[in-house]
Design a protein around this ligand. Structure first.
Ligand SMILES: NC(=O)c1ccc[n+]([C@@H]2O[C@H](COP(=O)([O-])OP(=O)(O)OC[C@H]3O[C@@H](n4cnc5c(N)ncnc54)[C@H](OP(=O)(O)O)[C@@H]3O)[C@@H](O)[C@H]2O)c1
Length: 321
């Protein structure tokens, strides 16, 4: 079978690395674009067999280089996204201008499809700059290229994520964990393997001009997620609902840190549930069922955060004589 050429932006992230493994095993050739080949190369090179993966460094989106990449590709996938704005207008540039450019190029070079990852639960969040930039990106993609597919995941988690691993690190050391909005915001976490399976099925399908919500098999409140993480790392902590004015004040200060736990924009976004809506179909509607449950999956890697690490639950062995 002739190899299909996939042009992948945002390949070094959690979803990108898992996707490269899935695609290369299934005879797809991937061109992975990264801003820094020297720091990203070693992570990416180990994800696929020789001949299946080409790495390209692109620091600013030079149009001549982009054209060369699109010329030889059949499908473009965009996984580039940020949670925190480090400079003015960065959300707009990353979530709206860049997808607009990539979808325009997909049209110009007559690609089979353009697959873009947006986010779930952002439609009502008109007070969040993150949500508005993602929505604007969706709108511009739809205008630019009819063969686009927009995927809107809830939280995507795994041992490689910046969510479950980060919260386990915090829960391990903090005696009290703040709960924003009483911890009642709902999520539908999807394991990265299930998420990659959805992307793969979309690549293989005939779908075009389509928006799909990507969810896991459960709906959990933020408080339930924290309780499952605590249960998994075998710790007891106080989960303390934080009054909104105090939460806002803490976000104001936290966002000054180089790698903040919470920004004011994220706090505003946390008000809105991150579960399936009635606006679009979701992966279950297409029979792309995600099967992995949060507690089962985190139990597989939470030993890293338990006292005693990987030997935490082993019976004490007698000393070697
Ligand atoms: N993970 C989730 O829970 C989740 C939930 C909803 C939606 N999504 C969306 O799904 C997509 C992929 O998620 P992910 O978790 O795999 O993302 P990730 O781990 O944060 O990776 C994002 C990629 O974006 C690139 N990137 C980051 N900042 C950039 C910048 N300023 N300019 C250019 N490139 C930049 C990085 O590539 P290089 O450093 O190699 O250049 C990185 O590989 C994103 O669009 C995200 O918004 C994710």
């Amino acid at each position: 079978m002739k190899q299909k050429e996939i042009l992948l932006f945002g390949a070094t992230g959690q979803i990108g690395r898992n996707l490269i493994r899935k695609l290369s095993k299934n005879n797809y050739k991937i061109t992975a674009v990264t801003r820094n080949i020297h720091t990203a190369g070693y992570i990416l090179k180990t994800q696929a067999n020789p001949g299946y993966l080409e790495l390209v460094e692109l620091k600013n989106f030079n149009l001549n280089t982009i054209d060369e990449l699109f010329k030889k590709s059949s499908i473009c996938i965009n996984l580039i996204g940020i949670l925190i704005e480090k400079r003015k207008n960065e959300f707009k540039q990353i979530h709206s201008d860049l997808p607009a450019l990539l979808s325009k190029k997909s049209n110009e070079f007559n690609l089979e499809k353009f697959i873009h990852l947006s986010a779930l639960g952002i439609e009502k969040a008109n007070d969040s700059n993150y949500a508005m930039s993602k929505l604007d990106g969706e709108k511009r993609i739809k205008e630019n290229f009819k063969k686009s597919i927009i995927l809107k995941p809830s939280i995507v988690y795994s041992v490689d994520d910046k969510f479950s691993t980060r919260f386990m690190s915090l829960l391990k050391v903090l005696p009290v964990m703040p709960l924003y909005y009483g911890g009642n915001t709902k999520f539908s976490p999807i394991h990265v393997t299930d998420m990659v399976e959805v992307i793969y099925k979309i690549i293989e399908s005939q779908h075009e001009n389509f928006v799909l919500e990507c969810i896991g098999p459960e709906e959990l409140t933020f408080k339930e997620i924290l309780k499952q993480l605590l249960n998994s790392i075998e710790k007891k902590r106080i989960l303390l609902p934080l009054p909104l004015p105090i939460a806002k004040l803490s976000a104001k200060f936290l966002q000054l840190l180089p790698n903040p736990l919470l920004t004011e924009d994220q706090l505003r976004l946390l008000k809105y549930d991150n579960c399936k809506s009635t606006l679009y179909k979701n992966n279950f509607d297409l029979g792309y069922n995600s099967i992995r449950t949060f507690q089962d999956e985190i139990n597989k890697y939470s030993y890293n955060w338990k006292t005693g690490g990987q030997f935490a639950n082993q019976p004490k062995q007698s000393k070697i004589k």
